[in-house]
Design a protein around this ligand. Structure first.
Ligand code: ZN
Ligand code: FE
Length: 254
C-alpha cells in the first residue's frame, strides 16, 4: 500500500512523503524546505528515491537541489516547465505514469495556476496530489493561465472517483470557507465543513486531505457550473469558465 506522511512546513505549506510499503520506495511531493523533510526521512530510516514536483513556485521546488544533493533522489516534473524545475531528471506530461515502487501515479496536466502545473493521481491508493490547483474549499490563483484552462483542468479532477483523497499543498481551508460562504451562504455542506474545519484547526490538526465528493459539495470553484453560483455572481446563463474567472477575481481581492 501507499503510506502518506504529511509534513507541515512554514506557516501553511504541506510537503508529503509517500512510501510503497511493499518495496520501501519513497517519494516526496514538492520541496518547500529541506530540513523538515530530511529530518522526517532520518527519523524513519527512509531513503528518498523520487521527488515529484507539481509546479515551479519557490515554495514547491525551493529545496530541490538540496534534497537531490543530500539523498541522490531523481526529480520528476512537468515537461511544460523544465527550465523552472531545478534538477529535473524526468519530464512528464498528461497520461504519463510515475512508479513509486508498486504504486502507480498517473500524471494529470492541469494548467491555470501556472502554465506547467501537474498533479499526481494514485488510483490504487485513492490519492490525488493537487499542488496549488485545488485546495479544500478553494483553488490557487490564476497566475499564468486563463479561466478556460483552469476550468478544463478542474474537469479532469472532477472526473476522478468521488472517494479520491485530495492532498493540496496549503492549509488555506478556513479562509477559503469564509469566502465560499459569501457566495453560497445557504450551502449546508459548507456550514458543516466549517464547523469540522474550525475544530480541527483549534486542535492544531490539518484539514487536508479532503475528498473529491466533499469538494464537489462545498468548493465554489468546482461548482461554477451550478446555476446558483452563476446567479450569486450576477452571471446567470454564463459559461462555467466565465463564472470561474469572476469568482477567482473576487477571491483575489477578498
Ligand atoms: Zn504555487
Ligand atoms: Fe504554493
Amino acid at each position: 500500500m501507499l503510506q502518506v506522511l504529511q509534513i507541515p512546513v512554514w506557516r501553511d505549506n504541506y510537503a508529503y512523503l509517500l512510501r510503497c510499503t511493499d518495496t520501501d520506495t519513497v517519494a516526496c511531493v514538492d520541496s518547500p524546505e529541506a530540513a523538515p523533510i530530511l529530518q522526517e526521512l532520518q527519523t524513519r530510516g527512509w531513503t528518498l528515491d523520487l521527488l515529484l514536483n507539481t509546479h515551479h513556485h519557490p515554495d514547491h521546488v525551493g529545496a530541490n537541489s538540496e534534497l537531490k544533493r543530500e539523498t541522490g533522489c531523481r526529480v520528476v516534473g512537468s515537461c511544460h516547465d523544465p527550465e523552472r524545475i531545478p534538477g529535473i531528471d524526468r519530464q512528464v506530461d498528461q497520461g504519463d505514469q510515475v512508479q513509486v515502487g508498486e504504486q502507480h501515479a498517473q500524471v494529470l496536466f492541469i494548467p491555470g495556476h501556472t502554465r506547467g502545473h501537474i498533479a499526481y493521481y494514485f488510483a490504487q491508493a485513492n490519492a490525488l496530489f493537487s499542488g496549488d490547483t485545488l485546495f479544500v474549499a478553494g483553488c490557487g490563483r490564476l497566475f499564468e493561465g486563463t479561466a478556460e484552462q483552469l476550468w478544463n483542468s478542474f474537469q479532469k479532477l472532477m472526473a476522478l472517483p468521488p472517494q479520491t483523497q485530495i492532498y493540496g499543498a496549503h492549509e488555506y481551508t478556513l479562509s477559503n470557507i469564509r469566502f465560499a460562504k459569501t457566495v453560497e451562504p445557504d450551502n449546508l455542506a459548507l456550514q458543516v465543513l466549517e464547523t469540522q474545519a474550525q475544530a480541527l484547526r483549534d486542535s492544531k490538526q490539518p484539514t487536508v486531505p479532503s475528498t473529491l465528493a466533499q469538494e464537489l459539495q462545498t468548493n465554489p470553484f468546482l461548482r461554477v457550473d451550478q446555476p446558483e453560483i452563476a446567479r450569486a455572481l450576477g452571471l446567470s446563463g454564463a459559461p462555467p469558465a466565465q463564472v470561474l474567472g469572476e469568482l477567482r477575481a473576487r477571491k483575489d481581492v477578498f
